[in-house]
Design a protein around this ligand. Sequence first.
Ligand code: ADP
Ligand code: MG
Length: 399
Amino acid sequence: MTDQRARHTAERFREVYGAAPAGVWAAPGRVNLIGEHTDYNDGFVMPLALPHTILAAASPRTDGVLRVHSGDGSSGGGQIAELRLDALRPASDGGWAAYPAGVVWAMREAGLPVGGADLHYDSTVPVGAGLSSSAALEVVTALALDDLYGLGLTRQRLARLAQRAENAFVGVPCGIMDQTAAACCTEGHALFLDTRDLSQRQVPFDLAGRGLRLLVVDTRVKHELGDGAYAQRRAMCEHGARALGVHALRDVQYAQLPAALGSLAAAPQDAGPGGGPDVRAAVRHVVTENRRVEDVIARLDAGDPRAIGPLLTDGHASLRDDFRVSCAELDLAVAAAGAAGALGARMTGGGFGGSAVVLVEEAAADAVAGRIVQAFAAAGYARPRIFPAVPSAGARRLV
Ligand code: ADP
Ligand code: MG
């Protein structure tokens, strides 16, 4: 399947650019198993790579020109975008080409000897579904350039360059999780990442071997309040850390939480606009969420993946009630999954739409998925897209 797609992508490259590519690379989308809104608090996250990938067929160029073409017309692909490397400026191009251009820009800004390239992309990662097609696009570009120009960069370095591209060139203030997942995940594992020191560990997550399945429920909802709401959550977390005298909320231990909440109760509460969390609720979410990541790891290390179900559902309640980043469709997906006998479920990603993950017994997977679809129909919502999240490989060269 992958071989066939790689051949097809190479063939499309030849049609677009008139010569065979030097190689074909892949990078996956991801879901986050647990650890939400912790990455800008120096906390813990635990993503896994999906089987869905963006493939890049690429060749180097010697004339300082970058050309990009995407098979995904809905993203503004279909046309070749041509850019001169010495004219790349942050936020100069609002279209999708800013993602690959930003990677080249970040590499050159870091003093790396990277030149021009022709790139053609072919994707099976749903765009804008919270599954991080943007990071897959950046990381596959970074890996292709790393190989084409013999840079010899580590996976972590590729991830940081990709994040820099998205932050400083595209202008999206994302954390490091998505790019690290795309660059570093391995098959059959979830990736534990400490976003403070970027240390990481592959945690065995063999779903099929244990008769389990993790479903992704893409609600197909994207609420527009996203940006301002994200900024408000970050501000509340920073406010909380300042009030508690710590560098980041990561520094508040779970055992200290009651005392921390007590001390914050004495301070004036400025709840955010638009129904956002007050500072105590924000602190409670981040501190308990970091604890849930540690508990999930302990249960997986103990060989008991079924036992993580309640932690996922607790995490959803915290995101819904304390951090207030869920929405009616995500809440319905989680409630319907629970009512249909799922082991646990939660929203995943930034919130206000996007996707949920549902842990189910393999034998019950179809029935649970059917109940979620029914619940959405009864509520008058668009039909969700549901598929299994098989823990898959990170970025790699295919051809
Ligand atoms: P997410 O990362 O959750 O999928 P984002 O809004 O962060 O959503 O990134 C989506 C953007 O990434 C698209 O609007 C497009 O600009 C770019 N993109 C993703 N996949 C592709 C692709 N296959 N071809 C061209 N652009 C893509
Ligand atoms: Mg993204």
